[in-house]
Design a binder for this molecule. Structure first.
Ligand SMILES: [Zn+2]
Length: 404
């Protein structure tokens, strides 16, 4: 059992309490939160200007593509997708253990204690099964051509089974459906039956681009040429509502949702699903900006996430929320700052079912600390953190100190 003392404790609890000169007692989980707690416990004073808060959670990454820096084409979704297809093998082969370690270290330094990884090949398993950070490992299924789906499904099953061998409190194997345009409904059904049976969280890209919108609505747009050339396919394999309906009774994290319409968002809301907001990725592929107010008004929980280095320049989650702050110009910066920090702590922890993301009794002691000069107004703390923090000083996961 240990007690930490900080100038500011950001609890991210329901009331968003900030405790000045606060203390937190924990072992693996948080035992007590408050001021002037028990004295006869080993105490670490985090010092002058210290902030203690829940560790950040990045709900959507693709670490397999971490070798990308300048290889892929940005500025247009379909051009980017074509470049991914052309360079995919090279990028996968170029990401060896050092490349994964670099990516994980960048996340760790920016305060990330847990992340949701989309694994399309299983090549990342070796590195991720042993990382100190918590991982929700989404085995991804892809394949829209009926002639190929049996083999692709079997490959998915093999990867899922392999990842389940390493299931632990910190490594949680799960399932990802690539998207409505790229996965045949027959294998979506089979994969989601497994998710229901095993009570797994599922992730799925949804309505990322205008091309996706036009293809699924009218079998038109940029995807028409793409599917004709690559798969000799004339029609989308599903409609959006058919696709969403398949996720009933599955806890689902939809990724992007930028082009989702009112009906689809209502459906997502009615299923208690969530959305990952990846503003840098969306900006680089020029696919637009998620209307987070619309999402919130429909009671859909959202998390800001980095996506992979295949469509971002950094996996630093503080940088990602700073960018979000500057992109959503219609929202008040102070109000938005608090909401963004909530999205990468409490919301993200709930989305990935991790029982962390807030400093409350019974939650896992996944904590970070850093220094920030005294704020004249305590409510400015969220905004000042977003403006000034790139890297953290200390981290605990399940109550254990992690070297940064
Ligand atoms: Zn993605």
């Amino acid at each position: 059992m240990i007690k930490l003392k900080a100038n500011y404790v950001l609890t991210m609890n329901e009331k968003n309490e900030i405790i000045e000169n606060g203390e937190v007692i924990f072992d693996k989980k948080i035992i007590k939160v408050g001021k002037n707690l028990e004295k006869n416990i080993k105490t670490i004073d985090l010092g002058k200007n210290s902030v203690l808060m829940p560790g950040l959670i990045n709900t959507h990454t693709h670490l397999e593509f971490s070798a990308n820096q300048t290889t892929l084409i940005y500025g247009d979704f379909i051009s980017w997708l074509n470049s991914v297809i052309a360079k995919r093998e090279n990028l996968l082969n170029d990401c060896r253990s050092h490349c994964y370690q670099k990516a994980i270290n960048q996340m760790k330094k920016s305060g990330v204690v847990a992340f949701g990884e989309i694994s399309s090949t299983g090549l990342d398993l070796e590195q991720l099964k042993k990382t100190e950070l918590k991982v929700v490992y989404f085995n991804e299924i892809i394949g829209s051509n009926p002639a190929a789906i049996d083999a692709l499904y079997q490959d998915f099953l093999n990867r899922l089974n392999e990842s389940e061998k390493y299931k632990s409190e910190k490594f949680i194997p799960s399932i990802s459906i690539h998207s409505p345009y790229s996965v045949h409904p027959l294998i979506i059904k089979k994969a989601l039956d497994i998710a229901r049976k095993k009570n797994m969280i599922v992730s799925a890209h949804f309505m990322e681009s205008q091309a996706e919108r036009e293809w699924l609505d009218n079998n038109k747009g940029d995807f028409k040429i793409f599917f004709k050339q690559n798969l000799n396919q004339e029609k989308a394999v599903t409609s959006t509502i058919e696709f969403l309906s398949q996720f009933e009774q599955v806890k689902t994290h939809f990724i992007h949702g930028v082009w989702a319409n009112e009906k689809e968002l209502q459906k997502i809301s009615s299923m208690n699903a969530s959305i990952a907001h990846c503003p840098v990725s969306n900006r680089l592929l020029n696919t637009g900006l998620l209307d987070i107010e619309r999402v919130k008004n429909l009671q859909i929980p959202y998390s800001v996430a980095t996506d992979g280095l295949s469509s971002n320049y950094s996996l630093n989650l503080f940088k990602e929320i700073r960018t979000s702050l500057f992109m959503h110009t219609g929202l008040h910066p102070k109000y938005l700052a608090k909401d963004l920090i909530k999205s990468v702590t409490k919301n993200a922890g709930d989305i990935l079912n991790l029982n962390n993301g807030s400093i409350e009794v019974g939650k896992f002691a996944d904590l970070i600390s850093f220094k920030l000069s005294k704020c004249l107004n305590i409510e400015d703390l969220y905004l000042q953190i977003i403006l000034h923090i790139n890297e953290i000083e200390k981290m605990w996961i399940n109550g254990k100190k992690i070297e940064i």
